[in-house]
Design a protein around this ligand. Structure first.
Ligand SMILES: N[C@@H](CCC(=O)N[C@@H](CS)C(=O)NCC(=O)O)C(=O)O
Length: 198
């Protein structure tokens, strides 16, 4: 049985949404970060960073929200959450799957901390560039790959929702608004929101 280690009101949301989209049976293991459960020795064996979310599936164990999404989509292709490895759309899928941890998260951190780094040295360029590129990619829609919803939308949609709507760190734009409206209308998103509220 797949076990998802999660905590309310945290980045676990991404993986709750993914698991709800997958339709797979899974067990949620409450790992309350407010009481330090994420630093328990048994949990550190699953995610040595001591952070939620984390997931186990038989002998497989991993942390990192986007990695968990990638794992489930590939391990269970019947969920139809990722283009297959030989599908040409796979290339863009991987790019967008990594876009949230690689670009959105650091851009938000930069906005929050106001840290100044030359764009050529910052791995994410600049926050302005990150959100301009994302806006251009979301113009056509309905999803980041076009017609096909994928795990990349779960990762991008969660990151963008967090930045634009939950924490209002990034000003909204029409393309973000319509994309987030489509994401949040999904029944799986709404079920995950209820669970994540604790
Ligand atoms: N890069 C990680 C970040 C996970 C993360 O930051 N988790 C936070 C909650 S949102 C956490 O577990 N904090 C508790 C702690 O660090 O002790 C991911 O995307 O999974």
């Amino acid at each position: 049985m797949i076990k998802l280690y999660w905590s309310p009101r945290s980045r676990s949301f991404t993986t709750l949404w993914l698991m709800e989209e997958s339709g797979l049976p899974y067990e949620r293991v409450l790992t309350d970060i407010s009481n330090g459960a994420q630093k328990a020795p048994d949990f550190l064996k699953i995610n040595p960073m001591g952070k939620v979310p984390a997931l186990t599936d038989g002998e497989a164990a991993l942390g990192e929200a986007a990695a968990i999404c990638a794992y489930i989509a590939d391990r269970y292709p019947e969920t139809r959450l990722a283009p297959g490895v030989t599908d040409p759309r796979r290339a863009r899928y991987l790019q967008w799957l990594f876009f949230s941890p690689g670009f959105i998260e650091p851009a938000i951190t930069q906005i929050f901390t106001k840290i100044e780094i030359p764009t050529s040295s910052a791995a994410w360029g600049s926050a302005a560039q990150v959100f301009d590129v994302l806006e251009a990619a979301l113009q056509k829609g309905p999803w980041i790959l076009g017609e096909e919803f994928s795990a990349a939308d779960v990762v991008i949609g969660s990151g963008l929702n967090y930045a634009v709507r939950s924490f209002k760190m990034v000003p909204s734009r029409p393309a973000f608004d319509s994309y987030l409206t489509r994401c949040t209308a999904r029944p799986a998103f709404q079920r995950a929101e209820k669970i994540a509220a604790g």
